[in-house]
Design a protein around this ligand. Structure first.
Ligand SMILES: Cc1cc2nc3c(=O)[nH]c(=O)nc-3n(C[C@H](O)[C@H](O)[C@H](O)COP(=O)(O)O)c2cc1C
Length: 208
């Protein structure tokens, strides 16, 4: 049986994971990244990302699936807060996420360029796969948090490019998603949405 069969991934679909790598000072790093199954697992990190630098050096990474929206948010904005949830992987030179619904420890098989020169394609060879028997019912709130985070992490890039219209557009979407989250969830999700609004300056840190 193929190691990846346990994950039940659909080829062609982009899944959002938390990618664990080690920095050159041996400190663990966790970053949200998309991964696609195209015969093999492929990551598409920006070449400027810490994750890409780490992967080039260590030739390993872990792909951690999670239903914990806080972990996604902290991995974007406050990486120190995820460190207590990371431990050394036993099969590769990469940290793994405690509480992940599935973990894939990988060696890097190949790194190639893509048509988008700001990103590379990183083929990951699974060495060890662990799937937790946890049923996760679907909620719009989780997807919307992820969408807020994707838009939020793009703001810095468009600011750097001086594209004020795009920054404005991203902020409008972020506000709109936050409104929906407040409507559909009476849990931690609205609190996480508010946290993201504060991180991108759409709400004051002093507002409750
Ligand atoms: C859900 C989600 C998916 C993302 N997918 C990618 C991706 O595929 N490649 C990438 O380079 N950045 C992606 N990002 C942005 C990175 O997470 C962000 O730039 C992060 O700061 C990179 O961290 P690092 O520099 O420690 O690698 C994504 C962000 C989110 C919220």
């Amino acid at each position: 049986m193929n190691k990846l069969d346990m994950l039940n991934l659909t080829p062609g679909l982009l899944y959002e994971v938390l990618c664990g790598t080690y920095n050159s000072n041996e400190l663990p790093n966790l970053a949200t990244m998309g991964i696609r199954l195209n015969h093999e697992l492929v990551l598409f990190p920006y070449i400027t990302s810490q994750t890409f630098k780490n992967i080039e050096k260590t030739q390993s990474c872990s792909l951690n699936f999670s239903d914990d929206a806080w972990i996604f948010a902290w991995a974007c904005f406050e990486k120190d807060r995820v460190k207590p949830f990371l431990k050394a992987g036993l099969h590769t030179n990469s940290p793994v996420l405690l509480g992940a619904t599935a973990v894939v420890e990988c060696k890097i098989k190949q790194i190639t360029s893509t048509s988008d020169e700001s990103r590379c394609a990183v083929k990951c060879q699974p060495i060890y796969v662990k799937v937790q028997p946890k049923f996760v019912p679907f909620t719009r709130a989780f997807s919307l948090i992820v969408e807020m985070l994707i838009h939020a992490t793009r703001i810095a890039h468009f600011k750097a490019l001086g594209d004020k219209n795009k920054v404005h557009e991203l902020k409008q979407y972020i506000l709109y998603y936050a409104q929906i989250i407040t409507r559909v969830a009476r849990t931690d999700y609205p609190i996480i949405a508010e946290y993201i609004l504060k991180q991108v300056g759409l709400k004051n840190a002093s507002d409750s």
